[in-house]
Every structure is written in structure tokens, then in C-alpha cells.
Design a protein around this ligand. Structure first.
Ligand code: PMP
Length: 967
């Protein structure tokens, strides 16, 4: 066939009728390829997967509506890309036995043409549910590489009239929309496409036209996996839509395919645009045309999918895509083009457009003379402490108490946040709010037309619309600047007026938006504060997380690492939640230090009171040091009755080692590999975790003797019967080594990810150590203080009593507080070294904190809560492990758990890079969690002990989501 396809001349493109058997015969007879044939999905062609001993292929049977030139152009494009974009993996045309590339054969309805192509290995991007920004950017870059390489392709068959060409979108939709039987959907499509095409028509003359693939979508992009386990788009298939079109139309096809992966975050496409623009720089007009083109593309997909279902009812492939395509359109149409354009301009580093309103009159002139209070509703506010920000009416309460009051534009309000939210909540105010007396007069800040809305009015001015709520407007009409337009209306004893500007005419902007979208919304919703006669900079704290990180890097030693590649700025905590400066809350699954929860009012008050009274050193005689020490000692079994108070776990371990060395007059210490005990000289010496110090195992001083890590999954001995072997090895090592001063370990193997010690391990090892005259030290810094649920101390799990116990972390709930508890004779032997004195150790404030923490632990029965929530978490993770092969093991007890992630359950290869990437994704979903263990492949679960059942479910749901939908 010659000529070119014109969709409007022949819009009904059925897939040609070709059976699997016929396809098999064509492959064999015309290409000499004898293989197993299976049909793949296609809208308007037939494609078959051919698996032969010589390799894997795709047989594509062209729709007879396409000319020979159009079919040949596909092969030409593949050959062109092979030389001009060799990094992009594409299929290769396989020559037919007659030397050509096209096989001609007869189908049941007439002559047909087929091509055999090599199969591009990998998986389609569409298979991955969640696409990380880095993946979306790579997709854009790949699409851009193809477009850049095709720019100079010059062959016949490219000038076609395709329904997929965005230039034809309006006509296609008008032609096919009647097939949409649901009137609501039909109207939505037609309205969306009309508005989009009006914009495209205006920009059309400035839009570049060249040969484009036109369909570099998640369906046609083939991926490998990168080191982090994320898709790496590497190949492009299906050149059936190749032709001349707008470059921006080509990019729109790629962007639209991203939308259904995360329909509530349409701005995620900005990453694709950034990637594309790296290969194909975009003009101002192209950036402005992109979103209308995406809407047009989505509309065409919707009507075409429905149309295909009508003319080709057996086409399951087309039918299955319909809901997805609808979602794309809804997602695209939900976002005003001007807002997306602003977002794209930011993403591409283009100059920001600032809209000025010129001179205006005050909106509330009577307020000018008054003393307006700026109410701080940000994440760092001190007006809604002790969790009062969670009270639904708190904004009213706070503002009513400070009349007249103003809440700031651009502020991320703590009062708008939600706990355990999967998505960041809309916290950032796009308007300014004023609380004042009802009946206060409002005047037009500029001339315009006043119209009523359901909840107030809008003043349609020359440069922007001013949306007002909480007002009683005058009748709708044209008004002049300064004219009275109404009065404030109060329902709650005072009036709350919201004033919001928007430069997109007719668009009622949201009052609050998510922090990640705030910057671009602010471009179309400028700051209205000046209309109130107030200075337009009311000092919203705009120090970004990046600013903080930069200052931190400049001022702080780099070895003091931080969590996450791009960490949020966390400035608040409440119970088992953390809050960033965008007022987004995160479930805190890492903070074992805040054992009783963040900002606990009992602890806060105790500290405040004590600071106001006295803080001094432990050489003075004050009650709290005596009471707290007695209370601490009472928590331990006999004969552990003597307390030292210090400031940290490292200090406690250091002191414990020195006590043992003094008592025994020996040096040598046994510990366990993979442990961490602190940073001071001595506590670091017994720390052998290579995750904390890669040189740990080769740089131990000669007095340190690490025993093998008794890890039945990865250690020297494996499986359920490994325990006795580890015990035997440990006893042998202790027997063969020097007479020890001490043996020190965590009584529940914390640092390695919450793995319990083998049954009977401590009984046997303690006996062996004591036989040789050494002391046994239990490091309870992480696992003690109720965290394990079924016991207050870790050593109780093994039914032993140590000679020395170290405690810190949860003991002070984050306040620097540590302790060593031992026998009196051991403590007294330390006198050989002189005094023991720690300036701040056991200070009045520290002791007040320590007692408040114990009060809360006991009063709120948090150990029981750890047992209950821990058991629930364990059950849920074990059930999840049945569905997710990546979960290699679930360790731990109470609220000290480890979920070990592996690449392969047989080899147990640790999924180290993936675990880090998974934690990054979890952060976006509202969960703070970190990897641990020597291979950094264990999700370390150690939340504050006050975690609720609802939060526990939220937590597992999010981990499940990431493990099943991708990261
Ligand atoms: N021992 C153990 C078991 C620990 O986990 C830690 C801290 N991670 C320490 C001691 C040291 O405590 P600190 O950081 O308070 O010095």
C-alpha cells in the first residue's frame, strides 16, 4: 500500500485477524524461526512473542491501514537509533529469508505484512506501581534521548494523520466522545480537551515539529533494576506511532503515562520533564504547552480506549487500560495549567514570574489602627503545646484569645496536620486569615466586579481575583477601589476572614496546599498581606531543610552523620510522632531514646520546675539524687544495689569496664562481634560492629577479645540447632584466652537487629567467665527499661543476674542520663582509682527527668504496651513475610524488632542498597525508619513505647506498601 494513513478518513482500526498458529507459520516460513508463540496485547496491531532456540523475538503484524512507507519508517527509525543513540536499547529488525525485512502473507481478511524484531529483555515500567522521582527522571531522559536522535531522521512515511498526534486531539475527541455513554465523563473530556486545545492553538505556531516516537510510555519502556532495586529504564519498543509531530506532544505522552502511578501527585511529572530537557532543551512556549498537551493526550486515550472497546470488543488489552486512562485525565485536569507551568519552570531552573498588583487600598481599614497580633501556628509555635494542636477547634481558640489576630500567608500550620498520614497533609496557607470583631467593614483594595460565592465573595480585579470568606458582602456589582464591599461575619463570637489572591481567572484556589506544592501555588496565589495594611513579610520561618543541612555541614564535624539523603527539618515531637517544618507528621519507629514518647508533659514539667529551682553537681546533698538512685537500684535484683550516675551510654560502658578492671586488677575483656557500646576509648574498644566502624575488626586493642556473633542466620553456625555450638565455641574461647576482667554484651542482641541470644547462652558464658574470675556486664542501654515487653531488663530473658549493668538512652528520654548499677564491693574497689565525679552526672535536673520517666513508664504501663503492640507487630510482619519473599526473617521481641531484607531467601544475600532506598521511600509515606546490622539490611524497629495499635497498623501498612508497590 502506498500513500499515508489518515485517521479521520478511516477511524475504525481493528486489529488484523491473525491466529497464533498463523503467526507461528509466518515466523517459521518467512524468517526460519521455529518457536513457541504467544499473543501480546495491542490496540490496533497484532503482536506475538516468539520464543525459539535461536532467541526471543516479537512478530508484529501491521494494520493494513498503514502504508508500506509507514511500516518501513519504523525499521528506518530503529536503524537510525542504533547508530545515533546506541545507549538506548531498541529491537533490531530480523531479515526475512528473502533478504527483506517485511514478510507478506495472506490473512483470513486479505494480505498482511509482518516484521520480526528481536525481543528487548527486561520488564515494562508499567509493571512497577510506584515510580520514584529518580526513576521518572530517567524515563524522561530516555524519552529525550530518543527524540534528540530522531531529529534528523529523514525518510518517507513520517507525515501521517494519527489519532495519537496531539495536534489532532480536538478533532479526535469530538469524533470519538459520543462513544462515551456516561454523560458526565463525556462532558468532562470535551471540556478538558477544548480548554487544553485553545491554549495549544495559541502556542501552536511556536511549537517545534520533528519525527517523534510519540509513545515512549511506561508500557513501551523496558527496564533493568539498579543497585537500589529501582527500575532503570533502558529500552524502548513499539515504534508504531512514529511520525512528525510536536516535540511537546511526544513529551506529553511520556508524562501522561506517569500520572496513573501516583494520581494525587500530578507534579511528579516535573522529574520526567527535567530528564527530557537534559536531552532536548525546551522553549518557553513548549513548557507552557506541556500541561495542555498532557490533558489533550489523556483525553485522546480515554476516548480512543472506549472507541476501541466498541469496534473491537474482544480486545482485552484496550479494555483493561480504560480505567487507568480515565485516572490520567482526572489527575491531569485537576491541576491548573498555570500551576503546573510554574512547577515546570522551577524544575527547569527558569526565571520565576512575579505578579505585582500595583497600589492597593486597605481591605480592613478599621484594623489598621489596632494592634494586630500575629499568631504563630507553625510547627515551632509555643502557643499550642502539649499536643493541643491536635484539638479540632484549636485555631478558633487561639485566635479568639488574641483579637484582632492574623494568621500568616505561606505558613505551614501545625494545626492542619494529621497523625499517621500516608500523604503529606495540606498545611500551607495560600491566603491570610484575620480574626476580628464581627461587623468590621471591608473595602475593595482595587477596582473590580464583586460576585457572591457560596461562602463569601470574590472581587474580580484587573490583575487578580480576591477570594474572601467569612464576610457578609454587599450586592454583586462593579466597585471602585476603596469602596465598601461588606463586613466581617461572625459565627463564633468573632469573625474569621480569609483573603486569598489568585491570578488564574475564575479558579478558586485551595485554601491550603501540601508543602511540596506550595511554592508553585504561591506563584499564582500571591501574598495578600499587603492588602491588610500589614507589612507583607510577617516572618514565616523559611529556613529550608537544605539551608539547615548546609549550615550543619559547614559547622559540624562530618563524621556526625545525619539520617537520609535529603532530610526534612524536624523541629517537634509528640508521643511517637515527629513533625517537620512543613507540619508533616511522621511515625517515629527509630527513637528508642524517647522511650515514654516525645515531649511528654510530665517530663517537660519536671525539667522546667527543676531548672527553675536548682541544677548543680552531685557533690551537693539534694533529695532527688538519693531518691532516684534508690529507685533505680530497686529495679534490679540483688545483689545489684549500688548506683553511679553519668551522662550517656558510652560513659556508662566505659565506667563499667573500668570498674571490672579495678575489681579484678586485670585488663582483658571478652565481648561479642557485631556489637556497639559507645564512642569513648574503652566503649569503642569493645564495639565491633563494622556498620559503625568498617575497621572495627582489625583495629581492636590487644585487651579486647570478640567472640563470634551468635547469629543463627548468618554466623559460623546456622539453623535452629546452632545455639549449643555457639555456646561451646564461646566457652572454649574464654577458656583458652587470658584470665578476663570482664565479659560484656547486650543481653538481647540489639545492634545486629534484635536477634535474641541462643537459649542458655548467658547462663553458660557467665559461668565460664566467673570460673576464671571475671565479671559479667550486661549492656542494657538499648534493650533495657521495658522495651522487650515481657521483661524490664534484657538479661531477664536469659534468667541470669549480671555483676554490672549499664543503662542510658530511655532512662532520660533523650536527656543526657546514664547509670551503672553494680554490687557494693565492685563499686568500692574503684576507690583504688581515686574519686569518681561527673559534673553533670546525677544533677538535680537529670534526676528529676529520671524520676519523671519512671513515673510515666509505670503510670502508663508502657512495658505492657510494648508487649502488646510488639506482639501485634510481629504477627503482622510474619504474615507479610508469607507474601513478600524479600522479608528473610522477623527478629525481636516487644518493641525491639528487626525485619531482615534479603535479595534471595535461599542464599540470604542481604538487600543492603534496597533497604536504604526503602527507608527513603518510607519517609515520604510518613514513617521514620532506619537500617541496622553489619550488612545494613535490617529494618530496625524501636519506636517510643507509647505506640498505639492504630499507629502500629499504619506502620506495617506502609512497609507492606513499599515492599509490594516498589520504592
Ligand atoms: N550501648 C549500646 C548497646 C548502645 O546501643 C549505645 C548507643 N547506640 C551505647 C551503648 C552508647 O550510648 P550513648 O550513645 O548514650 O553514648
Amino acid at each position: 500500500m502506498t500513500g499515508r494513513h489518515d485517521f479521520f478518513a478511516a477511524p475504525n482500526l481493528f486489529r488484523p485477524d491473525v491466529s497464533v498458529e498463523l503467526a507461528r507459520r509466518v515466523a517459521l516460513q518467512q524468517y526460519g524461526v521455529d518457536g513457541r508463540v504467544r499473543e501480546l496485547g495491542s490496540q490496533q496491531e497484532r503482536t506475538f512473542d516468539v520464543q525459539a532456540s535461536s532467541g526471543r523475538y516479537v512478530l508484529k503484524v501491521a494494520n493494513p491501514a498503514f502504508s508500506d512507507d509507514e511500516v518501513a519508517a519504523q525499521d528506518a527509525a530503529l536503524a537510525h537509533l542504533a547508530t545515533h543513540a546506541p545507549a538506548v536499547v531498541t529491537p533490531r529488525s530480523v531479515p526475512a529469508l528473502d533478504g527483506g525485512s517485511v514478510a507478506r502473507f495472506d490473512g483470513p481478511d486479505g494480505p498482511l505484512r509482518a516484521r520480526l524484531l528481536t525481543f528487548v529483555p527486561g520488564f515494562p515500567l508499567a509493571q512497577q506501581d510506584f515510580l520514584a522521582p529518580v526513576v521518572v527522571e530517567r524515563l524522561g531522559r530516555l524519552a529525550g534521548s530518543v527524540t534528540a536522535a530522531l531529529a534528523d531522521l529523514d525518510v518517507p512515511g513520517l507525515d501521517r494523520v494519527l489519532q495519537w498526534d496531539v495536534r489532532n486531539a480536538r478533532r479526535v475527541c469530538e469524533l470519538l466522545a459520543p462513544h462515551l455513554t456516561e454523560a458526565g465523563r463525556r462532558d468532562t473530556v470535551l471540556r478538558a480537551v477544548a480548554a487544553a486545545c485553545d491554549r495549544l492553538d495559541r502556542l501552536g505556531p511556536e511549537l517545534r515539529i520533528q519525527p517523534v516516537h510519540g509513545d515512549v510510555t511506561d508500557d513501551n519502556v523496558v527496564c533493568t533494576r539498579d543497585m537500589d532495586g529501582r527500575p532503570e529504564p533502558s529500552g524502548v519498543v513499539d515504534f508504531g506511532d512514529i511520525g512528525l509531530s510536536w516535540v511537546v506532544g511526544d513529551l506529553a505522552a511520556t508524562c501522561a503515562s506517569v500520572l496513573h502511578h501516583e494520581p494525587d501527585r500530578p507534579l511528579a511529572v516535573a522529574a520526567a520533564v527535567r530528564g527530557y530537557a537534559q536531552q532536548v532543551p525546551l522553549s518557553e512556549a513548549e513548557v507552557a504547552a506541556l500541561w495542555p498537551a498532557v490533558i489533550a493526550r489523556a483525553a485522546v486515550l480515554v476516548v480512543s480506549g472506549v472507541h476501541q472497546g466498541v469496534i473491537d470488543p474482544g480486545n482485552d488489552y484496550a479494555a483493561s487500560a480504560q480505567e487507568r486512562e480515565w485516572q490520567m485525565l482526572v489527575s491531569a485536569a485537576a491541576m491548573p495549567a498555570d500551576v503546573v507551568t510554574a512547577a515546570l519552570r522551577e524544575a527547569l531552573g527558569m526565571v520565576r514570574r512575579v505578579i505585582g498588583l500595583g497600589l492597593t487600598r486597605p481591605l480592613l481599614p478599621d484594623l489598621l489602627s489596632g494592634d494586630v497580633t500575629v499568631v504563630d501556628l507553625s510547627a515551632t509555635t509555643d502557643v499550642v503545646g502539649d499536643g493541643r494542636w491536635l484539638q479540632p477547634d484549636i485555631e478558633d481558640v487561639v485566635m479568639a484569645a488574641r483579637l484582632p489576630a492574623v494568621a500568616r500567608y505561606g505558613e505551614a500550620r501545625l494545626t492542619r496536620t494529621a497523625l499517621d498520614g500516608r500523604a503529606a497533609p495540606a498545611t500551607v496557607a495560600l491566603g491570610v486569615e484575620v480574626a476580628c470583631d464581627p461587623g468590621t467593614a471591608l473595602h475593595a483594595p482595587f477596582r473590580g466586579r464583586l460576585e457572591h460565592t457560596t461562602d463569601g465573595c470574590v472581587l474580580v480585579g484587573p490583575d487578580a481575583d480576591l477570594w474572601l470568606t467569612g464576610v457578609q458582602p454587599i450586592d454583586a456589582r462593579d466597585v471602585t477601589a476603596g469602596e465598601r464591599i461588606g463586613a466581617t461575619a461572625g459565627r463564633v463570637g468573632f469573625a474569621r476572614v480569609t483573603a486569598q489572591l489568585c491570578t488564574v481567572r475564575g479558579l478558586r484556589p485551595p485554601t491550603f496546599v501540601r508543602p511540596d506544592e506550595a511554592q508553585v501555588w504561591q506563584v499564582v496565589c500571591p501574598d495578600p498581606t499587603a492588602l491588610l495594611g500589614l507589612p507583607d513579610d510577617l516572618h514565616v520561618d523559611d529556613v529550608t531543610p537544605q539551608d539547615v543541612l548546609a549550615l550543619r555541614s559547614a559547622a559540624l564535624a562530618e563524621v556526625q552523620e545525619h539520617y537520609y539523603d535529603t532530610p526534612p527539618r524536624i523541629e517537634r515531637g509528640w508521643r511517637h510522632h515527629l513533625v517537620d517544618t512543613g507540619a508533616r507528621t511522621y511515625l517515629d519507629a527509630v527513637n528508642n531514646v524517647a522511650g515514654v514518647g516525645h515531649s511528654h508533659p510530665t517530663v517537660t514539667r519536671a525539667v522546667r520546675r527543676q531548672w527553675e529551682l536548682l541544677n548543680t553537681n552531685s557533690r551537693f546533698n539534694y533529695a532527688s539524687i538519693a531518691e532516684f538512685s534508690a529507685r533505680l537500684a530497686a529495679l534490679l535484683p540483688d545483689p545489684l544495689d549500688t548506683v553511679f550516675l553519668v551522662n550517656s551510654g558510652s560513659e556508662a560502658v566505659d565506667l563499667a569496664l573500668r570498674l571490672a578492671q579495678s575489681f579484678t586488677a586485670r585488663q582483658d575483656v571478652f565481648c561479642i562481634a557485631e556489637g556497639y557500646h559507645g564512642w569513648t576509648m574503652a566503649s569503642d574498644a569493645v564495639s565491633t560492629s563494622v556498620a559503625d566502624n568498617p575497621q572495627a575488626l582489625t583495629t581492636r586493642p590487644s585487651w579486647v577479645h570478640p567472640l563470634a556473633a551468635p547469629n543463627p542466620l548468618r554466623g559460623r553456625h546456622r539453623g535452629p540447632d546452632a545455639g549449643p555450638h555457639y555456646i561451646a565455641d564461646a566457652i572454649a574461647a574464654i577458656g583458652a584466652g587470658p584470665a578476663p576482667a570482664a565479659f560484656l554484651c547486650e543481653a538481647f542482641y540489639g545492634n545486629a537487629g534484635g536477634i535474641p541470644l541462643p537459649e542458655g547462652y548467658l547462663t553458660a558464658v557467665y559461668a565460664a567467665v566467673r570460673d576464671r574470675g571475671g565479671l559479667c556486664i550486661a549492656d542494657e542501654v538499648q534493650v533495657g527499661y521495658g522495651r522487650l515487653g515481657s521483661s524490664f531488663w534484657g538479661f531477664q530473658q536469659q534468667a541470669v543476674v549480671p555483676d554490672v549493668v549499664t543503662v542510658a538512652k530511655a532512662m532520660g528520654n533523650g536527656h543526657p542520663l546514664g547509670a551503672v548499677i553494680t554490687r557494693r564491693d565492685v563499686a568500692e574497689a574503684f576507690a583504688r582509682n581515686g574519686y569518681f565525679f561527673s559534673s553533670a552526672g546525677g544533677s538535680p535536673v537529670s534526676c528529676a527527668v529520671g524520676m519523671a520517666v519512671l513515673d510515666v513508664l509505670e503510670g502508663e504501663r508502657l512495658q505492657d504496651n510494648a508487649a502488646r503492640i510488639g506482639a501485634h507487630l510481629r504477627r503482622r510482619f510474619e504474615r507479610l513475610a508469607e507474601e513478600v519473599p524479600m522479608i528473610g526473617a522477623v527478629h525481636g521481641l516487644g518493641l525491639y524488632m528487626g525485619v531482615e531484607l534479603v535479595r534471595d531467601r535461599e542464599t540470604f544475600e542481604p538487600a543492603t542498597r534496597e533497604t536504604a532506598a526503602i527507608c527513603e521511600r518510607l519517609l515520604q509515606l510518613g514513617v521514620v525508619l532506619q537500617p541496622t546490622g553489619d550488612r545494613l539490611n535490617v529494618l530496625k524497629i524501636k519506636p517510643p513505647l507509647c505506640m498505639t495499635l492504630e499507629s502500629a497498623d499504619f506502620f506495617v501498612d506502609r512497609v507492606a506498601e513499599v515492599l509490594t508497590r516498589g520504592w
